[in-house]
Design a protein around this ligand. Sequence first.
Ligand code: ZN
Length: 184
Amino acid sequence: METCIACGAPTDKVELLPTYDADVIGIPVTLRNGVLHHSCDSCGFDGIEILDSENLSAAVAVARILLPIVLSGAEIRFLRKACQMNGKQFANELGCDNATLSRWENGGGAGEVTERNIRDTVWSLLYKRVPAIQVEPGHFKRMETYRLNDGESLPRLVLERVRLKDSARQTKSDEWDIYERCAA
Ligand SMILES: [Zn+2]
């Protein structure tokens, strides 16, 4: 028996949703097996709970940087937030000054070389939070990106909850993974 997340009463009306469409800071995502639907007879609560939501933003950020589509300014801001940094901290990680970062975030993004640096830095800051997602060394440093045509929108990112087994340490954990990796 589970407990209601609103009132704490026991309830058996908790259902794992096979898919759930959401918007994570402006990026459209589909979450597979990672959202619970709760309903409660005691208090009338009816709503959803996203599992491990603190690491979901990291997984969405990593899924986004693996997509070889040029980053918009708003997306660079989203990546910084997923890294839980303010402008000064993130600029420091990128090796630029805060005013430059702010110009990228509020304007049309950064150039191609800078994009690679941003992706590589974001990966180095987030990989520990997404242990199910594997990226080969140097991947972002040689990544070729392209721009969307007018009227095209970002493809929906699909993430799923997976059970990760660490045979060396004999531990298991549930983590966010990318369901379909776009060929880059
Ligand atoms: Zn309740």
